[in-house]
Design a binder for this molecule. Structure first.
Ligand SMILES: [Zn+2]
Length: 88
């Protein structure tokens, strides 16, 4: 079976392989390359739905974001995180 990358992470843009079995169980592998990026994805998704910056900030803080790999994230993701952090 081929393990060539066939999708990309919606958070950092990295290409990775995911199988159709993952798709069926709705695993984090369907949208992100790592569980950490999936957590981030969920927080940002929640923020976009609810618009609650302080809840999002607390959730980001809980998973250690913005952390060391902030710079690897897609520009639009960085922008949303900056927005969350700056909003009072
Ligand atoms: Zn990623």
């Amino acid at each position: 079976m081929s393990r060539e990358p066939n999708t990309w992470c919606r958070v950092c843009g990295a290409a990775y392989f995911h199988c159709t079995d993952c798709e069926r169980v709705r695993s984090w592998r369907t949208v992100c390359d790592t569980p950490a990026h999936f957590q981030l994805f969920l927080i940002l998704h929640e923020y976009r739905e609810a618009g609650d910056a302080s809840a999002a900030r607390a959730a980001l803080d809980h998973i250690g974001f913005p952390g060391a790999d902030f710079s690897v994230l897609l520009p639009e993701i960085q922008q949303i995180i900056n927005e969350i952090i700056k909003e009072k």
